[in-house]
Write a protein that binds this ligand. Structure first.
Ligand SMILES: [Zn+2]
Length: 227
């Protein structure tokens, strides 16, 4: 009898925990059972995905993005980066992979590489958002992923408010690539947001110098006004 009542209590506790109300991050309605990373299904299914493509620019063979950095996608990425909502990365990366597959396929990349954070910033945040987004993207594209192909050696200045040229010079010498991991490969270089393209270009330069045969930039979102 005692065993039954404690089992029932545990079951009741588990049920209660699973139905305790949490609000959708986007519309603030109470979340039902089925949800994607803290976002209700209606909000999730109406995210404004807008995959886009730009051919070669500087060291990049091409640049792809899955959505514009505005509205709900901007709020989700800001939540992911600044409000510890790292669980959003998996469903976002998976959705982006589906949308980008027709663009990525013909470019035939060999390896997915996330843009690295400096170790100091990474340890403060607890994760690298580009890496969290790149993992499901790699899995759904059937490609291997390397987090050690490229490293950020210097923290560098904050980029907010800098022009493209200022960003490029601030990033000079910030990154280093490992020849043994990239030689002869076409790299799909992944970041969360592309604003001027300076970060992706700086990474692409060191990858090419280390022997990569090509680099495709791939951002989950792009800032439409600046890029
Ligand atoms: Zn919602």
């Amino acid at each position: 009898m005692n065993g039954w009542s404690s089992a029932l209590r545990r079951l009741a506790g588990a049920l209660l925990a699973s139905i305790l109300p949490a609000d959708c991050f986007l519309c603030a309605r109470i979340l039902p059972w089925r949800q994607e990373g803290g976002v209700c299904l209606p909000c999730w299914s109406t995210l404004p995905w807008a995959p886009g493509f730009r051919p070669g620019r500087g060291p990049l063979d091409a640049l792809l993005w899955a959505a514009d950095y505005e509205g709900p996608t901007r709020r989700l990425l800001r939540g992911l980066k600044f409000e510890d909502m790292d669980y959003l990365a998996q469903p976002l990366g998976r959705e982006a992979a589906g949308r980008l597959a027709p663009l990525i396929g013909p470019l035939r990349p060999d390896l997915v590489v996330p843009v690295p954070l400096h170790w100091w910033r990474r340890s403060r945040r607890g994760f690298n958002q580009a890496e969290l987004l790149a993992r499901p993207l790699a899995r759904h594209s059937g490609l291997p992923l390397s987090t050690r192909a490229i490293a950020r050696r210097r923290a560098g200045r904050r980029q907010l408010g800098l022009s493209r040229q200022e960003r490029l010079s601030a990033l000079y010498g910030c990154y280093a690539a490992r020849t043994s991991r990239v030689r002869g490969l076409t790299i799909l270089l992944v970041d969360d947001v592309v604003t001027t393209g300076a970060t992706l270009e700086a990474c692409a330069r060191v990858l090419l110098r280390a022997g990569a045969s090509g680099v495709i930039g791939c951002a989950l979102t792009r800032t439409p006004k600046t890029f």
